[in-house]
Ligand binder design. Sequence first.
Ligand SMILES: Nc1ncnc2c1ncn2[C@@H]1O[C@H](COP(=O)(O)OP(=O)(O)OP(=O)(O)O)[C@@H](O)[C@H]1O
Ligand SMILES: [Mg+2]
Length: 349
Amino acid sequence: MTGDTVTGMTRYDDDPAGARRAVTVRGLVKHYGETKALNGVDLDVAEGTVMGVLGPNGAGKTTLVRILSTLLAPDAGRATVAGYDVVRQPRQLRRVIGLTGQYASVDEKLSGRENLYLIGRLLDLSRREARARADELLERFSLAEAARRPAHTYSGGMRRRLDLAASMIGRPAVLYLDEPTTGLDPRTRNEVWDEVRSMVGEGVTVLLTTQYMEEAEQLASELTVVDRGQVIARGGIEELKAKVGGRTLRVKPADPRDLAPLAAMLDGLGITGLASPVVDAEDGVLRVPVLSDEQLTAAIGAVTARGITVSSVTTELPSLDEVFLSLTGQRAGRTQDAPAAEAREEAAA
Ligand SMILES: Nc1ncnc2c1ncn2[C@@H]1O[C@H](COP(=O)(O)OP(=O)(O)OP(=O)(O)O)[C@@H](O)[C@H]1O
Ligand SMILES: [Mg+2]
């Protein structure tokens, strides 16, 4: 740790590599009775990046976000945001953050414009400034036409956009997005992602919690995987994929008629521990899960020795879903409303 540097109004911790850190968390602990919601969490988020925090239900994601927003006091450990300590400098800290919570926070009875105006006033903007900021954000989040309608008439996606707009009123340097697209349809999810990307383009640092691996792949540059209050893995997406291991060899014969013989040949080789190849007739490829470099070399060697003309041989890293499953033992994308969705599907079947 070096000393804080002063830049305009915000102060950041410099990390040893010289990159500026927007969020620094060390040994953070929060227990609820017997439940260890956070049990010694460390986290660094570099300025201007998106940190994805992944974890199954109950992992401690919202608890972390609430502590970093000063809504909840930690039992132990230390955290700073833009250089401000969550416990000792809550007022300064609140001025540099924005929060889009897991559950919509808009007032249903008020219109979109009234919601934003109210938040602007709470943030000490003058009446005129609050009106101008509300209109600017309504325009930007494509809510201008619905601006004067009560929020309870908004669709789920419109509410989420209003939430995002609300969290941007104070021009935050650091934005927390707690499962911002849970329950949204794919198209609306894409709209939210576009907004997030454009905020990041303007230099905002984002801490994103999600259970959607696709969301993490789309937005985050670094990932932290938490489970039962602890960090169980961290790194770049490719890095985590490589760490979990288990690549897939993908062979595309020039002639699709070679697919079946190729599969039979590989299956019959007796390479120790090599799983059976899977024929993907649609893509005209053969996929073989490989566990080691030795297996990979033996399989490629066998393919070429056979004299079958291949048009491509590649290896694929596991998907982020597979990485998550392997790390947490749970499937990704499970949300509280999943049982309800399943019940609806079952009822419709
Ligand atoms: N106010 C509270 N009182 C008691 N236990 C709590 C409280 N808030 C959270 N917990 C518990 O702490 C743990 C972490 O909860 P948290 O909400 O942080 O998880 P999460 O990762 O956000 O989960 P989800 O993906 O379901 O939103 C859970 O076991 C939860 O039941
Ligand atoms: Mg949560």
